[in-house]
Design a protein around this ligand. Structure first.
Ligand code: SF4
Length: 363
């Protein structure tokens, strides 16, 4: 196990499920296990903890999910040129700890690391989706409220997902991660239906901000391995942080990526600038007061988020997208959570609608 836990809580109603059994069998010695009637009682902030969000990450709660697993991407709105995928929520929170992570604000009231033991119910939801829209394809991601592969070595959830998607030509599964926990994936033939995407950052961002994640070099190497095992791969340069020297570092990162993985074999590259609501910005700066990546002079944008000053953002996007296009003019590149006008100025074309972009990315 690559991340450490202080405790595991298991809801009484799920103690005999395969997931609970797998986790108990795989836990290292010394991690306390307790049983609770209702998992919702133990995922709240820990009273008296100096950093209750950080403490919550180290307490795994295995529980039943009471609401649907499938929902529209929370970033999706008519204001953004969004990629339009659907989100599967199989877990909530993450054992890694990135200084810019929006979960610090979004999960402030429920920081406990939740994993849903009834996750196979999602297959019923997906079958209904397919019946209701028989002519459409869907791209479905699990990496919104949690890293898709964190703790994969003890939960094994992605193994079931990849197997399910491998038999359905109208669905694509997207796993999004900053880990290199790919051992389970390498044992399954995805039959082209699973795409694994990695968020990549320069080493300076990794060292200062992306605590407990795999190094950028390890992420790229993991991508090369799953590509050889039959998975599609993609990359997110997101958030791009505009520190001094960022342009050089991000270009170097792209060189390292293309040296290891042929650009023509990459499904897409997304880019997005650092963006923080005032609430996220203040919690991030409080939790990581010495992080040089979190002290930039962003401006408050019309959407209520602090963002890098627009001309600087446009410059970084343009330089990076030109480098990507030079490597492979057909490599699909898109901007996440930017306006259609920014999309047009950077990529020279109007942003596709979310559904058109989603269909193109589904491959
Ligand atoms: S890996 Fe992703 S989900 Fe986990 S802390 Fe970092 S940004 Fe948040």
């Amino acid at each position: 196990m690559k991340f450490s836990l202080d405790a595991v809580h298991i809801e009484e109603g799920v103690r005999t499920t395969p997931l609970a059994r797998r986790v108990i069998d795989a836990l290292p010695a010394g991690v306390a296990v307790s049983y609770v009637a209702d998992g919702r009682e133990v995922v709240r902030p820990i009273t008296g903890a100096a950093d209750s969000f950080g403490a919550g990450k180290r307490q795994m709660t295995i529980m039943r999910r009471r609401s649907p697993f499938l929902m529209a991407c929370p970033a999706g709105s008519s204001k953004f040129a969004c990629c339009g995928y659907l989100v599967l929520t199989l877990a909530s929170n993450c054992p890694m700890d990135c200084g810019y992570c929006f979960l610090q604000e979004y999960l402030g009231d429920n920081p406990g690391f939740q994993v849903y033991a009834n996750y196979t119910d999602v297959f019923d939801e997906l079958e209904k989706l397919r019946r209701d829209s028989p002519t459409r394809g869907f791209r479905v991601g699990t990496g919104e409220l949690a890293d898709s592969l964190a703790f994969e070595s003890i939960t094994g959830m992605s193994r079931d997902l990849v197997e399910y998607f491998s038999g359905r030509d109208d669905l694509t599964l997207e796993l999004k991660t900053k880990t290199d926990e790919i051992e389970n994936l390498l044992e399954i033939d995805p039959k082209g239906r699973t795409l694994v995407s990695w968020t990549l950052s320069p080493d300076r961002v990794f060292h200062n901000t992306e605590h407990r994640t795999a190094s950028p070099a390890a992420r790229i190497e993991a991508a090369r391995s799953v590509l050889e095992a039959g998975y599609r791969v993609a990359f997110h340069l997101d958030p791009i942080i505009a520190y001094e020297g960022a342009e050089r570092d991000y270009l170097e990162l792209i060189e390292r990526l293309f040296d290891t993985i042929e650009p023509t074999r990459i499904a897409f590259v997304s880019m997005g600038g650092l963006r923080m609501t005032p609430g996220l910005r203040s919690v991030a700066r409080r939790r990581f007061p010495d992080d040089p990546m979190l002290v930039g002079e962003e401006v408050l944008a019309p959407d209520g988020r602090y963002r890098t000053f627009l001309p600087l953002r446009l410059k970084l996007y343009s330089v990076l997208s030109e480098r990507i296009k030079r490597a492979d003019a057909k490599l699909q590149t898109y901007l996440c959570m930017e306006s259609p006008s920014v999309h047009r100025r950077v990529l020279g074309e109007a942003a596709p609608t979310p559904s058109a972009l989603g269909a193109r990315l589904a491959g």
